[in-house]
Ligand binder design. Structure first.
Ligand code: TEU
Ligand code: CA
Length: 554
């Protein structure tokens, strides 16, 4: 299976919410196997599965207890092997999600550490508190509260950048690094074709000091030995097979570091995720506020990364959605009247960029945010912690709930909407057990079954975009040039490659817009769009309809 990741598209599956085959209310690996033909129909090349290893599931599997075994709630090793095999038969490779910044406190390494075994204590960051007994530093956990947990019997604290049950691994320790390499090699031997590395740019800590003007991230983000560690992991494991594709999840990273992480010849990773463009509805780094999305900032960030990563021969993963993000159609599009047009418009922007596009389950049918009206319907540890933090600050329950409704990671985690039956076809209608998280009631209107039948659906539009990248070199390899960057309605750019050009135009809003700066379209043909007719005035201005998107080629 020889693939060029620049022409490839990745489909992300959150197995817990994908398809439940044994009626226990939890999606499972057999569910993924059963839906392979559906995924194949989209035309994707890789399937990224979020973690299904043994785990107490405090963070839905990002708290790994055993990297070598499958959580029985998801299935068995035989299921994984069958899945790899069946996907391979359909020309798709599996990418596994490796969480190496931390392990679950149920992992045997941590348990041995807690028994006082010094070999394993050095797998983690155990540190004395300050002279007054308080935590070693003032760092804040990504899920709220202190990043340090006190252990009475050692009179020490251990570091957890995420939940208290996710203890950070000490990458300074070469035994830790060797264990990590072995895990990667184990899964390569099973036939896995790629890896996504969870928050991998947080593994090198600069030192343990108070952060006087922040939450501590500057001491552990893109840390001093990060490039050394990635080069080592590459050469000792996945780099031995040039066909393996890798993507690093980079939290609060800088572009200069990403030139290295994802450079063509730097020997680190194939590509990177960054999240700067998904903070345009935050207040700085503060997520738990309600702020309208800043369209200019969104374009500035995307174009800046597109152009500069290109100039430095480095490669982006491009995306709107994943299991940590609200649904893009609710966030930057329209859930109402122009639902379909806006979902297609947003897809057009991402799929014509320079980079490898990622489609997150349900995005291809325009799934929306949850319709939860009660905090008890939410499941995510980050949402529940932050709801409590907002209440503790004195916010009313209804205001706090509104913020959670908008920003919760659960927006991306409700069950995949397969059909219009009671549980959206995620689990059987006669199932005794309800899905682990509520199904969106709009599954009667938004579901895969209907969209497969309708040639004009969002699903079929994604299929065309994914196919276009394969046969048009300009999408995969071309340079990018932003068009009319400061326009407050239009998102537009040109791609250029060996005499071929593509122009991508999108009206980001729900109103008609006359684009006075329409570039010359002489010699171009329309390849794709979300309306049949595109109106152009005698003077050559496009009259863009609500959320209209068009792709031209010459
Ligand atoms: O996420 C890393 C991360 O920092 C954010 O995505 C975070 O969930 C959110 O933006 C905070 O507001 C990765 C995984 O994708 C996520 O599901 C895990 O919970 C996290 O790492 C810990 O492993
Ligand atoms: Ca199940």
């Amino acid at each position: 299976m020889n693939k060029d990741f620049r022409k490839s598209t990745v489909y992300q599956i959150y197995p817990k919410s994908f398809y439940d085959t044994n009626k226990d209310g939890l999606g499972d690996l057999r569910g993924v196997i059963e839906k392979l033909d559906y995924i194949k129909e989209l035309g994707v090349d890789y399937i990224w599965l979020t973690p299904f290893f043994v785990s107490p599931q405090n963070d839905n599997g990002y708290d790994v207890e055993d990297y070598y075994n499958i959580d029985p709630r998801y299935g068995t090793m035989a299921d994984v092997e069958e899945l790899i095999d069946e996907a391979g038969k359909r020309g798709m490779g599996l990418m596994f999600d490796m969480v190496f910044n931390h392990v679950s406190t149920n992992h045997e390494w941590f348990k041995k550490a807690m028994q006082g075994d010094s070999y394993y204590k050095d797998f983690f960051y155990f540190r004395k508190g300050k002279p007054d007994g308080s935590a070693p530093t003032n760092w804040v956990s990504k899920f709220g509260g202190s990043a340090w947990e006190y252990v009475e019997k050692f009179d020490e604290y251990y570091l957890h950048l995420f939940d208290v049950t996710q203890a950070d691994l000490n990458w300074e320790n070469e035994n830790v690094r060797r264990e990590v390499q072995n895990i990667v090699k184990f899964w390569m031997n099973k036939g896995v074709k790629g890896f996504r590395f969870d928050v991998i740019n947080l593994i090198s800590k600069a030192g343990f000091e108070d952060d006087t003007d922040g939450d501590g991230r500057k001491f552990y983000t893109d840390g001093p030995k990060i490039h050394q560690y990635l080069k080592e992991l590459n050469s000792m494991s996945f780099g031995k097979d040039p066909q393996i594709v890798t993507v690093g999840e980079m939290s609060s990273t800088t572009m200069e570091n990403c030139y290295q992480y994802a450079g063509r010849d730097t020997g680190e990773l194939s590509m990177v995720f960054n999240f700067h463009h998904l903070k345009v509805d935050f207040m700085g780094n503060e997520k738990w506020v309600l702020v309208p999305a800043d369209f200019q900032k969104l374009k500035d960030i995307i174009f800046d990364w597109q152009v500069k990563m290109g100039e430095h021969n480095a490669w982006n993963a491009v995306f709107w959605c994943n299991h940590d993000q609200p649904r893009v159609v609710s966030r930057f599009g329209d859930e109402g009247k122009n639902w379909k047009e806006s979902a297609k418009m947003l897809a057009t922007i991402v799929h014509c960029l320079r980079g490898t596009p990622y489609v997150y389950q349900g995005e291809e049918i325009g799934m929306t945010n949850t319709d939860f009206t009660d905090i008890h319907q939410f499941r995510d540890v980050e949402s529940l912690n932050n709801y409590q933090i907002l209440l503790d600050k004195g916010m009313s329950a209804s205001d706090a709930l509104r913020i959670i409704q908008v920003h919760s990671r659960d927006n991306g985690r409700t069950p995949m909407q397969w059909d219009n039956t009671k549980y959206a076809g995620f689990t059987s209608e006669d199932s005794e057990v309800k899905p682990w998280i509520g199904v969106n009631s709009n599954h009667t209107k938004i579901n895969a079954e209907d969209q497969l039948k309708d040639k004009d659906s969002i699903f079929h539009y994604y299929r065309k975009l994914i196919a276009m990248r394969k046969y048009l070199d300009v999408i995969a390899y071309g340079d990018i040039e932003p068009l009319d960057e400061k326009n407050s309605s239009v998102f537009a750019y040109r791609r250029i490659y060996e005499g071929h050009e593509m122009i991508v135009v999108a009206n980001f809003y729900g109103k008609d817009f006359e684009w006075k700066h329409t570039p010359s379209l002489e010699g171009f043909e329309k390849l794709l769009g979300n309306y049949d007719e595109t109106e152009i005035t005698a003077e050559g201005s496009m009259i863009l309809k609500p959320y209209e998107a068009v792709v031209y080629y010459r």
